[in-house]
Design a protein around this ligand. Structure first.
Ligand code: SF4
Length: 369
């Protein structure tokens, strides 16, 4: 439609002599202005608009109707964009819900369904805080969830244990600045144990780094040198500084096919060169975090995250059989979650009293004999 409108404006200029100046961009106000001018012309020329079969419309009436169509479509798009906000999608049946990839995938086609991303903060097996987020990925939810928790509980938890989906430079920095210690599994932690990862020559992780020259040594013995930095702003406004590395000596390299990825590139492989970007700050924070999660304390906390946090979700979804929200809207979703969480906590307290484990915060690490 936005491609049709400039042509329509030109047509009204030639047919009716109405010229609307709009610069490079066309807005709804320009369309409304043109509409007012066309209606004024209708009044001045005493044109009568006709309706029904067998009646011939004047060029002026056709132009006005076409313009009305554009204005109403533009209004419709604006409303939809307003509902969507920062999100990429929303459900027509529940404007607060966002399309997400669900774990349940009966059709095995990765179908997207409208939903809410529910978060639990678990302490000593009790869910101490819950929240819902419209973001389909966990990484964007951590900061707002912890802010919310602090606002309502009045204090922060010192040690934050989360799975790989929460890892980002912004999240690490936030925890550091707010006096919290991260125990977040790096998102390449599991895959980095695989042979396929360790043997992939294209991966930066498998190239030797030389801090003195700030360069990597590739599989062909060439230097992949630092070319400068690039700054990128996330949606939340956090600025990430990526360092760009490139190798300009890739011609005739026998490893090129395995080293340079991107089979869909329009440039032939022979003409391409190796380059990648990496955030040094993320690598630094990740290395510190990895040291913590692989320590004895890290292992204990990670094991307890698996048992306690995943256990709380399992209790709600499998024991209480609560797998779908009954109402629509984020407030209803949150209310239903809180009711489930209260049921979980009462149940947990009952079991703890029955088993005499009220004082237990963490399950001990099971040592292999
Ligand atoms: S393609 Fe370039 S960076 Fe990759 S191994 Fe060959 S020379 Fe090294």
């Amino acid at each position: 439609m936005m491609e049709e409108i400039p042509a329509f404006f030109l047509e009204t200029d030639t047919s009716f002599g109405i010229c609307i100046r709009h610069g490079n961009e066309l807005h709804k106000r320009h369309l409304k202005k043109l509409y007012r001018k066309l209606m004024k012309l209708k009044k001045e020329s005493n044109t009568v608009f006709v309706h029904g079969t067998g009646k011939r419309k004047t060029p002026l009436q056709r132009a006005v109707e076409q313009l009305q169509g554009y204005i109403s479509r533009l209004k419709d798009y604006e409303t939809k964009l307003h509902i969507c906000g920062d999100r990429n999608s929303y459900a027509k049946t529940d404007h607060d819900a966002t399309f997400m990839r669900m774990k349940e995938d009966a059709m095995l086609n990765g179908q997207l369904k409208p939903g809410y991303n529910i978060q639990f903060a678990v302490d000593a097996e009790y869910v101490v805080w819950t929240g819902e987020s419209p973001w389909p990925t966990d990484v964007k939810t951590l900061i707002s969830f912890l802010e919310d928790l602090r606002e309502h509980l009045g204090s922060n938890y010192r040690k934050i244990v989360a799975d790989a989906g929460y890892e980002s430079e912004e999240n690490y920095e936030y925890l550091l600045k707010n006096g919290m210690i991260s125990f977040i599994k790096p998102n390449n932690y599991e895959i980095s144990k695989k042979h396929s990862f360790q043997n992939a020559i294209w991966r930066r992780e498998n190239m030797a780094y030389d801090a003195a020259t700030d360069s990597y040594l590739c599989a062909n013995g060439k230097q992949v040198k630092c070319e400068g930095t690039k700054k990128r702003k996330s949606r939340s406004g956090y600025v990430i500084e990526n360092t760009v590395y490139a190798c300009h000596d890739c011609t005739g390299c026998p490893y090129k096919k395995d080293c340079i990825r991107g089979n869909n590139s329009k440039q032939p492989l022979e003409q391409r060169e190796k380059h990648f970007e990496v955030s040094k700050r993320l690598l630094e924070l990740r290395a510190e975090d990895k040291e913590r999660i692989t320590s004895e304390e890290g292992k204990l906390l990670r094991m307890n995250r698996s048992i306690q946090a995943e256990g709380a979700f399992a209790d709600v979804k499998e024991t209480q059989l609560f797998r779908r929200f009954l109402g629509t809207g984020h407030l209803n979703a949150l209310t239903e979650t809180v009711i489930c969480v209260l049921a979980h906590n009462f149940n947990k307290l009952h079991h703890k009293i029955q088993n005499g484990t009220q004082g237990r915060y963490l399950f001990p690490l099971q040592k292999l004999a």
